[in-house]
Design a protein around this ligand. Structure first.
Ligand code: FAD
Ligand code: AMP
Length: 475
């Protein structure tokens, strides 16, 4: 007999597993279907984020930063370490353990919240009173039915036509997170978030890193002040060789190296790398999902079309996360998951896409929320700006992490905060205060009047707020 559910969630990434848990908490009989398998062939919950994205990349970023500290930074603290050496296998094992703990944790959360978990590929096969979903796993298949469906099938790496990824010599994010040894020469195509994070990891571990970017501008989505300073730091201090405006030609993978033909500033070059990482963005994943069977539409770029409350055109079918419009970020997916579960349960779920924080976990980190200075200029919005450098922060000095700044942009007339842009230590943590402030409609004056602990990095945000009114206390 077909198992019948109130809600079927397809995909158990940060969008899907959160949607399933929230739906079950609200009393809905919920199944979550996921097909992801880790390298050992075992089913693994948590999607891209937990398996081959956010979590493993942050584990390696931390390990590589520790290695670099031991090599180059401990000395100034008077800590002498001899014979620092690298055990890549141990580093990867630590990362794998963290991933395993988190992915198995999702299974426990499903049990605790009474979510039924099914492993296999989900395909919508029909509608009516309720929807039918075929779940196939190897040679076997089972069909379940559900009144409501949440599509949370995420994204997959964008491919360059004709360039085969084998995750040995030519890698996407999965391979880049599991290189067994430090490549002497690492090539990266794409200077976006993933390219910069992966490039930083392997650079700190000893690779010579060249990043080839198609666009003529660096980090175009970030505030121009931030991207300009980040460019200076990444190319000069960090030592990443980033080439903008590249046209990639033929890529040939041999047994020992990969050759990449590219054109840069009018000159044709062939570069030889030991490994190549392709990080040219991600595309929505709707492969074999049967969208057409139930009348769900995807746009020209493959994103499932939804309204502001994540409803597709098919009644009771929703879509969330990387597979729909908006930033491809884990926390955005999760919040949409909560909102959709609450909408299904008759509540008013809603996500404000205007205030999604963005973070790039380079060193220094980059984080922002709201609008950039160039966007405000283009839209003709009158604004005031306060910018405070970390070099003047006592806490940043004590940490030895003084690069970067906090910039706050506020409406000239109302003083309401329109954007906050941070380049610096723990920007990923600091940005939360700005998100809360903006969600509550705060003004720069509100932040200026709130007490911030001393010495803390958050004082830089406080000072930036004071700076909007040209009344810095430490500058
Ligand atoms: P996914 O996490 O992609 O999950 C979708 C799941 O659905 C997968 O398990 C997939 O196998 C499954 N699935 C797909 N189709 C079917 C089907 N038909 N049947 C059954 N199952 C199916 N974001 C951040 O916010 N912070 C970060 O630091 C960050 N770092 C990243 C680093 C890397 C290297 C990468 C690649 C991504 C990173 N991201 C980060 C992005 C983040 O991983 C994604 O935004 C997030 O995972 C999207 O969540 P999702 O639930 O929409 O989809
Ligand atoms: P992100 O979307 O943050 O993962 O960034 C992907 C980056 O890859 C962007 O900066 C793109 O401009 C870049 N990119 C996309 N296609 C190519 C290409 N064919 N060659 C080089 N860079 C590319």
């Amino acid at each position: 007999m077909t198992k019948a559910f109130d809600v079927a969630v397809i995909g158990a990434g940060p969008g899907g597993y959160v949607a399933a848990i929230r739906a079950a908490q609200l009393g809905l009989n919920t199944v979550c279907i996921d097909e992801f398998k880790s390298e050992d062939g075992k089913a693994s919950l948590g999607g891209t984020c937990l398996n081959v994205g956010c979590i493993p990349s942050k584990a390696l970023l931390e390990s590589s930063e520790n290695y670099e500290r031991a090599l180059h930074k401990f000395g100034e603290h008077g800590i002498r370490v001899k014979d620092v050496s690298l055990d890549v296998a141990a580093m990867l094992a630590r990362k794998d353990k963290i991933v395993q703990q988190f992915t198995s944790g999702i299974g426990l959360l499903f049990k605790k919240n009474k979510v039924t978990s099914m492993h296999g590929h989900g395909r919508l096969t029909g509608g009516g009173e309720s929807y039918q979903i075929e779940v196939s796993n190897g040679g076997t298949s089972e069909t379940v039915s559900a009144k409501h469906v949440v599509i949370a099938t995420g994204s997959v790496p964008r491919q360059i036509p004709g360039l085969a990824v084998d995750n040995v010599r030519v890698c996407d994010n999965t391979g880049a997170l599991s290189l067994k040894e430090v490549p002497g020469r690492l090539g990266v195509i794409g200077a976006g978030v993933i390219g910069l994070e992966m490039g930083s990891v392997w650079k700190r571990l000893g690779s010579e890193v060249t990043i080839l970017e198609a666009l003529p501008v660096f980090l175009g989505a970030a505030d121009e002040g931030v991207s300009k300073e980040a460019w200076r730091i990444f190319t000069k201090s960090v030592g990443l060789d980033i080439k903008l405006g590249c046209k990639i030609g033929a890529v040939k993978a041999g047994k020992k190296s990969v050759s990449v033909q590219y054109e840069h500033e009018g000159t044709a070059t062939v570069a030889e790398f030991d490994r190549l990482v392709v990080a040219v963005g991600r595309v929505p994943n709707t492969r074999g999902l049967g969208l057409e069977t139930v009348g769900v539409k995807a746009d020209a770029r493959g994103f499932v079309e939804v309204d502001e409350r994540n409803r597709t055109v098919a009644p009771n079918i929703y879509a969330i996360g990387d597979v729909v419009r908006g930033p491809m970020l884990a926390h955005k997916s999760s919040e949409e998951g909560v909102a959709v579960a609450e909408t299904i349960a008759g509540q008013h779920g809603h996500v404000n896409l205007e205030h999604i924080p963005w973070v790039i976990y380079t060193a220094p980190e980059i984080a922002w929320v709201g609008r950039t200075e160039q966007q405000l200029k283009a839209d003709g919005v009158a604004y005031r700006s306060g910018q405070f450098p970390f070099i003047v922060s006592g806490r940043a000095r004590a940490l030895g992490e003084t690069a970067g700044f906090v910039k706050m942009l506020a409406d000239e007339r109302t003083d309401r905060i329109l954007g906050v842009h941070i380049l610096g230590p723990f920007a990923s943590e600091l940005i939360s205060e700005a998100v809360v402030a903006m969600e509550f409609g705060a003004t720069a004056e509100d932040i200026a009047r709130i007490v911030h602990a001393h010495p803390s990095l958050s004082e830089a945000l406080h000072e930036a707020a004071l700076g909007v009114d040209k009344r810095f206390l430490s500058l």
